[in-house]
Ligand binder design. Structure first.
Ligand code: ADP
Length: 499
């Protein structure tokens, strides 16, 4: 057996990558699918299209290599998290469009839970801050709004799943209705300490137990593909939500190991080992992907606007013609001439949690140029990351020594060097930046013995470049001081109530 197949089911596209034992990409295929915005703030996907595109890319990736199914040792899945699917057990058809993680339709339900005083219960059981983002209220919405759904769910005719569950069910011809702990930990229905569905939260949200998937470790054989799908019976042997999968794909197996994915936004996760750490800085506590046995936990924080700020420079301001060009402009000046950009276009996330913050450019003088603006925008991505890293290190009480990076903007050498400088820690960029898919491949490959253990997997993780801090401490603190003053200016900017 030569390959592990990773199915990376994302928000805008489905992808398949075949990895070999050395963790190298041997073949890949990708297909975008349609986004539906039926009302302001609503986002939907067609779950059938999610499955069709997934199967199509799996077949294409095999075909490109002319590889038979017998060459594939196992399939691992990684997926957009929280997106909610409900389907008919008998026909395998979704009963309504999938409600996507970005969809805000259940904000009112969440407000009610908060007003009724359930914030602490939710936080202590699930590690989450109550939000419409998570699956729980989306599932309740379906039960309340799709005719007959509640009765049919109670009778055991309907099944619920996040995208991992849906794909595993389809891939195993309906034999396995399961979800892994990392995906379960994003539903707001799962007790992250006892690793079970939480009875109290289920009754609070009116969710019938009969429709819930069985809970499984992230690395385990869940079932086999029927012959007709891919031309062979392949074990489906691993699953993890995209961010947890990336943490695993970056080999962050030890407490304190941390990764940041620089995409449209940034997603930071820190492994906290066997200990679920409660954050004092508004970070989420979540289950990390691990081998069967005692669970591993992680702290998670996100930056809302990161690479999107580079797109803003390109598309709205027209000051650069490509994202990659930002590096040349940034390096053409020695500093930002005292200017800070705070790209709080949609408010600020952890550790500020200010939905009224708005974008701000501070400290402009007559010499301010395009290059300074570009540099200050890139630096803002590093500062926001630094704020979260420091919050994590303080919550978990571990020193900050290195950060592993991936995602589109991690290709920017200026940004990575500046990140290392303001963190005062090494930044490690791997050879394979497809770490999300790689994590799912590792999880599946470990379950079937394709890799023998974490040590074996570690040796197929290759570092392409290490960025080490070159800035002295005083300069770092001076810059961070300026950044925090700029953040203070941005905070509350959209308030109209005079607070
Ligand atoms: P996503 O998965 O969120 O779509 P990607 O990982 O594909 O994101 O990364 C794309 C983002 O990274 C875009 O917002 C883009 O502006 C930014 N980006 C891509 N390349 C660079 C670069 N060389 N320098 C800075 N930002 C970049």
């Amino acid at each position: 057996m030569k390959y592990i197949m990773a199915l990376d089911q994302g928000t805008t596209s489905s992808r398949c990558i075949l990895f070999d034992r050395a963790g190298r990409i041997c073949s890949s295929a990708q297909k975008e699918f349609k986004q539906y915005y039926p009302r302001p703030g609503w986002v939907e996907h067609d779950a059938q299209e999610i499955w069709d595109t997934t199967l199509e890319v799996a077949r294409t990736a095999l075909l490109k290599l002319k590889a038979p199914a017998a060459d594939v040792a196992a399939i691992g899945i990684t997926n957009q998290r929280e997106t909610t699917v409900v389907w008919d057990r008998a026909t395998g058809r979704p009963v309504c469009p999938a409600i996507v993680w970005q969809c805000r339709r259940t904000s009112g339900m969440v407000d009610e839970l908060v007003r009724a005083g359930y914030t602490e219960l939710i936080r202590s059981r699930t590690g989450l801050v109550p939000d419409a983002y998570f699956s729980g209220t989306k599932l309740r919405w379906i039960l309340e709004n799709v005719p007959g759904a509640r009765e049919r769910a109670e009778a055991g005719e309907l099944l619920f799943g996040t995208v991992d569950s849906w794909l595993i069910w389809k891939l195993t011809g309906g034999a396995a209705h399961v979800t892994d702990y990392t995906n379960a930990s994003r539903t707001m229905l799962f007790d992250i300490h006892r690793l079970c569905w939480d009875g109290e939260l289920l009754s609070l949200l009116g969710i019938p137990r009969a429709m819930l998937p069985e809970l499984r470790p992230s690395s385990q054989v869940y079932g086999w593909t029927p012959f007709e799908l891919l031309g062979g019976e392949i074990p489906v042997a691993g699953a993890a939500g995209d961010q947890q999968s990336a943490l695993f794909g970056q080999c962050c197996f030890e407490p304190g190991d941390m990764k940041n994915t620089y995409g449209t936004g940034c997603f930071l996760l820190m492994n906290t080992g066997a200990r679920p750490v409660e954050s004092k800085n508004g970070l989420l506590t979540t289950v990390a992907a691990s081998l069967p046995g005692p669970p591993q936990y992680a702290l998670e924080g996100s930056v809302f606007t990161a690479g999107a700020a580079v797109q803003w420079l390109r598309d709205e301001l027209g000051v650069i013609s490509s994202a990659a060009e930002s590096r040349e402009y940034a390096e053409s000046v020695p500093d930002t001439a005292g200017v800070y950009v705070v790209p709080a276009f949609t408010g600020l996330g952890a550790p500020y949690w200010d939905q009224y913050a708005r974008g701000m450019i501070t400290g402009i003088t007559r010499g301010f140029s395009r290059a300074h603006l570009v540099r200050a925008t890139l630096e803002s991505i590093a500062y926001q990351t630094c704020d979260i890293c420091r919050a994590m290190a303080s919550d978990a009480r571990v020193p900050l020594t290195q950060l592993k990076v991936d995602g589109g903007a991690s290709a920017n050498d200026f940004l990575m060097q500046f990140q290392s400088d303001v963190l005062g820690a090494q930044v490690l960029r791997p050879e394979c930046i497809e770490t999300t898919a790689l994590g799912a491949a590792f999880l599946a490959g470990l379950a079937v013995g394709f890799w023998k253990g974490l040590g074996d997997v570690r040796s197929s993780w290759e570092c392409a470049r290490v960025f080490s801090p070159e800035m002295d401490c005083a300069r770092r603190e001076e810059l961070l001081g300026g950044w925090h003053r700029a953040v203070a200016c941005a905070r509350g900017a959209a308030r109209t109530d005079g607070v």
